[in-house]
Design a protein around this ligand. Structure first.
Ligand code: ATP
Length: 199
């Protein structure tokens, strides 16, 4: 599995549609300060479902949308499309190539799709969670992040390991199942109350 291409449209400094074609092995992005190298990395994190504006070096989520320059008006939406080569079947989906896309409008939330089919954020997270490119983005090591891991509390460090081991997905499913059980128990209680009233 490797990242094959990345297209940015209206994402941060990339107002016009820009596609980067990546090959297996090492790719280096070079350029002057402020030319948008880190924005490319932010786009990878964003399309994979990143929810924290701070992780994307912004104040609020809309900050990922092209804000305009002296010569160009701001845009109303940001879009990133990531194509992943899956010939080795590392992603649990029956396609040799997987395309994930995320669109965000200035006045609304995000829309996700996998291979052209609209899906939920959860679907993107589940698709990626067993591949090592999970929700917490351990594949993207930002400046200062190594320090954070080295100085993490034992609980936080356990979180990192669980994420890498793919436990997080099952933990989330367990939480969802427990919430459903809770709701069902509430319904049963109400039913019992009604039965007592009727008798
Ligand atoms: P350095 O080498 O200094 O780390 P870099 O090449 O990584 O720089 P980035 O941090 O990726 O550069 O890009 C910063 C540029 O992106 C700034 O010029 C900033 O104005 C621009 N930028 C960030 N968000 C937006 C946005 N929403 N709209 C327009 N431009 C943006």
């Amino acid at each position: 599995m490797y990242l094959k291409s990345l297209t940015l449209r209206g994402f941060k400094s990339f107002a016009s549609s820009t596609t980067l074609h990546l090959e297996p092995g090492i790719t280096a992005v070079v350029g002057p300060n402020g030319s948008g190298k880190s924005n490319v990395v932010d786009a990878i994190a964003w399309v994979m479902g990143e929810q924290g504006a701070k992780s994307l070096r912004g104040g609020k989520m809309e900050d990922v949308i092209f804000a305009g320059t002296t010569g160009r008006a701001p845009l109303g939406r940001a879009e990133v499309v990531l194509t992943i080569d899956n010939t080795d079947g590392a992603l649990p989906i029956d396609y040799a190539e997987v395309t994930i896309s995320r669109i965000m409008f200035r006045n609304g939330g995000s829309e996700y799709s996998i291979n052209g089919n609209t899906c939920r954020l959860l679907d993107v997270q589940e698709l990626l969670s067993d591949s090592g490119i999970g929700r917490e983005m351990h594949v993207i090591v930002g400046q200062g992040q190594l320090d954070t891991i080295l100085h993490a509390t034992p609980e936080d460090r356990r979180g990192f390991i669980e994420e890498a081991a793919g436990v997080l997905k099952h933990r989330k499913r367990k939480e969802k199942a427990l919430r459903k059980l809770d709701a069902t128990e509430g319904n049963l209680n109400r039913l019992n109350d009604l039965l007592t009233e009727i008798r």
